[in-house]
Design a protein around this ligand. Structure first.
Ligand SMILES: [Zn+2]
Length: 258
C-alpha cells in the first residue's frame, strides 16, 4: 500500500474488503542504511495504518528484511537487530515476507536468522518463494529450514506465491499456502482457480500482488467473481477469500475485524 494511491483504498473498501495486510517488501531499490529500514518500519506501523483508517480499512503489516536485500549478511544482522523493537506495535502480524530470491547461501543464512527471531518472539511467519530463479528448489530449501527448527509450528506459517509445481509439497508439510495473483504474468486468477479445483480449499488462500509494478489491488474480489462464473458456490468463494485468511491471521491475537 505504501506504493499505491488513495483511489486504491477507496476501491477496496467499496468492494467489501475488511482489512489489508501488507508485507514488508523490496522498495524497487536497495536501501542504503539501517536508518532506511527504520523509517520504512515506521511507515508500515504508524503512517500507513493511519492513512488506511481514513478510509475505514484496518491495516496490518508483516516486518522483515526482504530476501532481495539479504545478500549482505552483516547489513542484514544490523536490520534484524532493530526489528524486535517494532514487533509489539498494534498492527504487526508477524515476520514476513522472508524467504529466498536467488536461493543463495547468504539468503539462506538470513532466512534462518528470521525464522529464529520469529520463534523467539512467537510470531506468525509469511514466506516469499522465488519468482525468477528455481521456485521448486527455493520452496524445498525453505521448507527444510522451517522443518529443521522444532519451535516452528507449520500451521502458523504461510508459504506464498505457490504454483502448480509447489503447492502439493507445502500442503503435505502442514503449512498454509498462498497464491499471489497477477493480472497477466505469474499466477493469474484462471490458474489459481484451476489449482483450487485440483487441491481444494484446505489451508489455501489468495492474495493480490500490489506494488509499484503492474498489479491490481482488487484482483482477489475479481477472482471471487470468476469463481462464481465457473460454478463455485457462494460459500466456497467465501471460504477461500475470507474464512481461510481470517482463520490463519486470527492466530495473531492482534488481528481483529470489527
Ligand atoms: Zn514475495
Amino acid at each position: 500500500m505504501v506504493s499505491r494511491v488513495t483511489d486504491d483504498y477507496q476501491d477496496m473498501v467499496t468492494a467489501g474488503c475488511m482489512a489489508v495486510c501488507e508485507p514488508a517488501f523490496w522498495a524497487g531499490y536497495d536501501r542504503s542504511s539501517v536508518a532506511g529500514f527504520h523509517d520504512y518500519f515506521c511507515q508500515l506501523t504508524d503512517y500507513e495504518p493511519r492513512r488506511a483508517a481514513k478510509f475505514g480499512l484496518p491495516h496490518y503489516c508483516w516486518l522483515c528484511l526482504n530476501p532481495k536485500e539479504s545478500e549482505d549478511v552483516v547489513f542484514a544482522q544490523e536490520v534484524l537487530a532493530i526489528l524486535p523493537g517494532f514487533l509489539g506495535r498494534p498492527n504487526v502480524l508477524g515476520i514476513g515476507e522472508i524467504g529466498l530470491n536467488k536461493n543463495s547461501r547468504n539468503e539462506l543464512k538470513v532466512l534462518e536468522q528470521h525464522v529464529d527471531l520469529a520463534a523467539r518472539h512467537q510470531q506468525l511467519i509469511l514466506v516469499h518463494t522465488p519468482h525468477l530463479e528455481d521456485k521448486h528448489k527455493g520452496t524445498r530449501l525453505t521448507l527444510d529450514v522451517l522443518r529443521a527448527d522444532s519451535r516452528i509450528r507449520p500451521e502458523r506459517v504461510i508459504i506464498d506465491h505457490v504454483e502448480e509445481h509447489t503447492v502439493q509439497m507445502v500442503l503435505d508439510a502442514g503449512f498454509w499456502a498462498g497464491m499471489t495473483l497477477y493480472p497477466e504474468t505469474k499466477c493469474t486468477p484462471a490458474r489459481a482457480i484451476d489449482i483450487l479445483d485440483r487441491y481444494g480449499p484446505e489451508r489455501l488462500w489468495l492474495n493480490s500482488a500490489c506494488d509499484w509494478g503492474v498489479s491490481v489491488p482488487l484482483i482477489v474480489p475479481r477472482t471471487g467473481l470468476e469463481m462464481r462464473r465457473r460454478g463455485h458456490r457462494p460459500e466456497a468463494v467465501d471460504r477461500v477469500l475470507y474464512q481461510n485468511p481470517v482463520e490463519f491471521l486470527s492466530q495473531c491475537p492482534k488481528f481483529k475485524l470489527s
